[in-house]
Design a binder for this molecule. Structure first.
Ligand code: ATP
Length: 137
């Protein structure tokens, strides 16, 4: 597939990294086809991360993701899902490769700066969660 979905999470927004992260995304060849600055409600975060609702960190994840504003975006590039996950690096910044967005900007395993869809199917579902068809170009 040629699209993926991302969020710049509350930690990275709080720490002033929106611009730097968007620069990395553009420099890596991704085109932004939708983008918004928004704030997840508790219901939004619980729904978005429903797949994790049995995990011990679910409450922590929901409270983190609702703590402040985020940037949500749909990105376009050949092989988008895989290439974007390579650009962001491992979930835990301690394990992330040099130069990746999480290595540069994430704080911890929980507060890891960015989201990237893990499959083409989830990219479509997650994009539709945040954007109407009219908002995606
Ligand atoms: P994302 O879905 O945000 O791109 P991911 O696919 O790398 O991240 P998942 O395993 O799907 O990682 O976990 C989703 C999110 O939940 C992580 O990005 C992180 O913010 C949080 N998380 C994962 N594991 C833990 C944990 N053990 N403790 C706290 N938070 C965690």
């Amino acid at each position: 597939g040629n699209r993926t979905f991302t969020m710049i999470k509350p930690d990275a927004v709080e720490n002033g990294h929106i611009g730097a992260i968007l620069d990395k995304i553009s420099a890596a060849g991704f085109k932004i086809v939708a983008m918004k600055f928004t704030h997840l409600s508790k219901r939004d975060a619980e729904a978005f991360y429903a797949v994790h609702n049995e995990r011990p960190f679910f409450g922590e994840l929901v409270s983190f993701m609702t703590r402040g504003p985020i940037v949500a975006a749909v990105l376009e590039k050949d092989n988008a899902v895989e290439d974007f996950r390579a650009l962001i690096g491992a979930t835990n910044p301690a394990d992330a490769a040099e130069g990746t967005i999480r290595k540069l900007y994430a704080t911890s395993l929980g507060e890891n700066a960015v989201h990237g869809s893990d499959s083409d199917e989830n990219a479509v579902i997650e994009s539709a969660f945040h954007f109407s068809g009219r908002e995606i170009f």
